[in-house]
Ligand binder design. Structure first.
Ligand code: DOR
Ligand code: ZN
Length: 346
């Protein structure tokens, strides 16, 4: 019998992941489907997923490449001001879409949404509130004059607070939160209409890591890594067992040549290590008793989908994180590439 500590939890859902398409999808999918039963798939492809037809086709490209017959991709619709109400309603009622994603215009990779002012989509939000369709938000106020470190806090004050007054029963997921302001806002709202996802990289790192020993382009993501005080506030949020925070890795692969580039892309590919990172942090915070609810229950409950039946066992045994994934002559460099974590999957 091995003496390694083991933890068995319900198989988790990754409530925010970028799988991309074609040759990248083919290489990255296996990591997400190994650790997660379901994943909420971001729609910001080069040609975004703006309607049911595109979502169905993208989902079948994912399923065709999947090696795990039990893995379920949950699709999202990319909102623009031209999004058709019928399309959204049919997509939601027919379970093609689990929710719709709002990117502030030009806020990140493939986010030229054409929405300049939220009032342009109030009719869409009104419908979503009525049919209880979740709205996933990249919460950054995106303006050149707003300091990049303040964009999330400003988004809450300037956009989210007023928006929730107009649509108090709209189910909102503030994605990949990074600040103490977001943590307090979600905690204080204490609402079944507001939740936040938290990434492994925002839990493990702060902005110092991005400049440690030289600039580290692989740690550039959006929202950008913040001060340690914010990192600590995220760690505290997950270790209190609050049901309004859950797992969303924001694993976002980019080819090496697009990262190491004068205009390098934002995004951290963490799928090979995300779950191992979460267990590492929960252990550090002496909060392992809340690991399962964060990874496998809170998200499902918020999205109103059944809790998974399968389980997964994590074992306290060192594992080395994959160094790179070759994609033709190019490659993708994973988060914590070549480093050792103290946890593995049984
Ligand atoms: O760092 C990020 N990368 N943040 C996002 O919001 C998008 C993502 C991507 O698609 O690469
Ligand atoms: Zn994302």
């Amino acid at each position: 019998m091995s003496s390694f500590k083991k933890i068995k939890i319900i198989k988790p859902d990754d409530c925010h992941v970028h799988l991309r398409d074609e040759k990248i999808l083919k290489k990255v999918l296996r990591y997400t489907e190994r650790f997660y039963q379901r994943a909420i798939i971001m729609p910001n492809l080069d040609k975004p997923i703006i309607d049911c037809k595109k979502a169905i086709a993208y989902k079948s490209r994912i399923m065709d490449l999947s090696k795990n017959t039990k893995f379920e991709p949950l699709m999202t619709c990319y909102l623009t001001k031209d999004t058709s109400l019928n399309e959204l309603k049919n997509g939601f009622f027919n379970k093609i879409f689990i929710g719709a994603k709002l990117y502030p215009n030009q806020s990140t990779t493939n986010s030229k949404t054409n929405i300049n002012n939220l009032s342009e989509i109030f009719h869409i939000l009104e419908l979503m509130q009525k049919i209880k369709m979740p709205l996933l938000i990249h919460g950054e106020e995106n303006h050149f004059n707003i300091d990049i470190y303040d964009r999330e806090a400003q988004f809450i004050d300037k956009t989210l607070v007023p928006l929730r007054k107009i649509f108090p029963e709209l189910k909102i997921i503030l994605e990949h939160i990074t600040t103490k302001e977001a943590v307090s806002y979600i905690k204080e709202a204490n609402s079944s209409y507001l939740a936040g996802t938290i990434t492994p990289h925002h839990l493990m790192l702060n902005r110092n890591n991005m400049f440690f020993g030289g600039i580290q382009p692989h740690l550039y993501c959006l929202p950008i890594l913040k001060r340690k005080i914010h990192q600590n506030s995220l760690k505290k949020a997950i270790s209190d067992g609050n049901k309004n925070f859950f797992l969303g890795s924001d694993s976002a692969p980019h080819l090496y040549t697009n990262k190491i580039n004068p205009l390098g892309c934002a995004g951290i590919f963490n799928a090979p290590s995300s779950l191992l990172c979460y267990v590492t942090i929960f252990e550090e915070m002496k909060a392992l008793k809340y690991l399962e609810s964060f990874c496998s229950k809170n998200g499902a409950n918020f999205y109103n989908i059944p809790i998974n039946k399968e389980s997964i066992t994590l074992i306290k045994k060192p594992s080395k994180i994959l160094e790179k994934i070759n994609i033709g002559k190019n490659f993708i460099s994973p988060f914590l590439s070549g480093e050792i974590l103290h946890w593995s999957i049984l």
